[in-house]
Design a protein around this ligand. Structure first.
Ligand code: ATP
Ligand code: MG
Length: 388
């Protein structure tokens, strides 16, 4: 069977010093795991001189494109023609790429040539000239435009010659698995999946915890969190989702706390439970979808209350994002349509009409302690459901 060859460019790795090798290794093993999940031979990935090459059967093209569009740590990829390092073969590959360009209705192009192998007889400049000439001779609809080309045919002379055009932009970022593990507080909303995605793009492995209040919240709400974790997980090399029943905690808060404080106290309890869970799974940070002043519980004072009992760092990658930007990211990663499905989140239960806006940390903690939540939180943690 015929094979496709794909060339992948790692993102950001060029910035790394001594640990570059280990980053490259993690990216390679992520690619191997994704190939294996498609039932492909994981030995068909090679790394040389700053590039990854994959060889995959032609009939898997669509799945491979999909896989690469979810792969954190590459700045771009392209399907390439590989040929021997002789001028004739390279020029005819350039013409093949030219045909693909005209098929897209584009009529200008340029050639960009690079030699890693300096023993190749033509210079990059010579290759560009010869390639441009060969393509325009063969394809009369295409013109060279060096300054504003509709597309670029790239020629790289390495162990072999690689010729390609077009190509796709990757997600960028650092390979998942190079920055420790974080515990994402995943609600059913728009923000938290995006927060998890962004931290995965900084190299973190992601676990997630979702709190529900069944039977006050529906089973659908829980399933929504599961679906969101699957979509988010498709960028994170998978997510393990811990589902915790917080009904008793919420009932205790409802019974004992002053109404304006309920949301902040619930958030404090969530953080505390998430931190306990995080320590068990060796997570080094908590991650939330909080954004400064988005809602009453996210004023700077209330954020301060929320994290006041937590020792682990709380990462809030969306802190400076406005809602429109968050929505755009959610649409891009494919979580938005699920997030906006109507459901009752546990935060909406008993939520006060006039919440505390600028909570005082001491007061928050004094109130929190009257609730005596420790046992209830431990019970919730002991009784988790887990979805991989
Ligand atoms: P999202 O922020 O995901 O869109 P939201 O805006 O409804 O949902 P907020 O009420 O703003 O959520 O909550 C702020 C953050 O607290 C969330 O981003 C999430 O990290 C965490 N959180 C809220 N509710 C839950 C829950 N039921 N389970 C886990 N984490 C939650
Ligand atoms: Mg939010």
């Amino acid at each position: 069977m015929m094979n496709d060859v794909w060339l992948l460019k790692p993102a950001e790795l060029s910035l790394k010093g001594d640990n570059r090798k280990s980053f490259e290794g993690v990216l390679k093993s992520n690619i191997q795991r994704l190939l294996a999940a498609l039932g492909e031979d994981k030995t068909k990935v090679k790394f040389t001189k700053g590039r990854y090459y994959l060889q995959t059967p032609c009939d898997k093209s669509e799945q491979i494109e999909n896989m690469l569009s979810h792969l954190v740590g590459i700045s771009g990829w392209a399907k390439v023609i590989t040929c021997e390092k002789n001028v004739e073969a390279i020029l005819s590959a350039c013409i093949e790429e030219g045909k693909k360009i005209t098929a897209k209705g584009i009529n200008t192009f340029k050639i960009d040539a690079r030699r890693t192998d300096k023993s190749f007889p033509l210079t990059s400049y010579d290759l560009c000239c010869k390639g441009g000439e060969a393509v325009t001779d063969a394809l009369h609809d295409l013109k060279v435009d060096i300054h504003n080309p509709g597309d670029t045919i790239r020629v790289e002379i390495r162990e072999k010659a690689f010729v390609y055009s077009g190509g796709s932009k990757g997600l960028g970022g650092l390979p998942v698995g190079t920055a420790g593990r974080g515990m994402l507080l995943l609600s059913g909303g728009i923000d938290s999946p995006v927060a998890g995605f962004l931290m995965a793009c900084r190299g973190m492995n992601i676990d997630a915890v979702h709190f529900h209040s069944y039977p006050y919240t529906s089973n659908d709400a829980k399933q929504k969190a599961v679906r969101l974790s699957r979509i988010t997980g498709s960028y994170c090399m998978g997510i393990k989702l811990y589902i915790l029943n917080f009904t008793k905690v919420q009932m205790r808060i409802k019974e004992k706390a002053p109404l304006p404080w309920t949301t902040v106290l619930l958030r404090m309890a969530m953080m505390e439970a998430a931190e306990k869970a995080a320590r068990k799974t060796k997570c080094k940070a908590l991650i939330t979808g909080e954004s400064l002043s988005q809602v009453a519980s996210q004023t700077i004072e209330n954020l301060n209350c929320t994290q006041s009992r937590i020792k682990l760092p709380v990462l809030r990658p969306l802190i400076g994002f406005d809602k429109h930007s968050i929505i755009r990211e959610a649409q891009r990663i494919g979580t938005y349509d699920v997030s906006i499905e109507p459901h009752v989140d546990c935060c909406m239960l008993f939520s006060p009409a006039h919440p505390v806006l600028h909570g005082d940390v001491k007061e928050a903690n004094a109130l929190y302690e009257t609730l005596e939540l420790d046992t209830l939180i431990d019970e919730a943690i002991a009784d988790y459901e887990v979805v991989k």
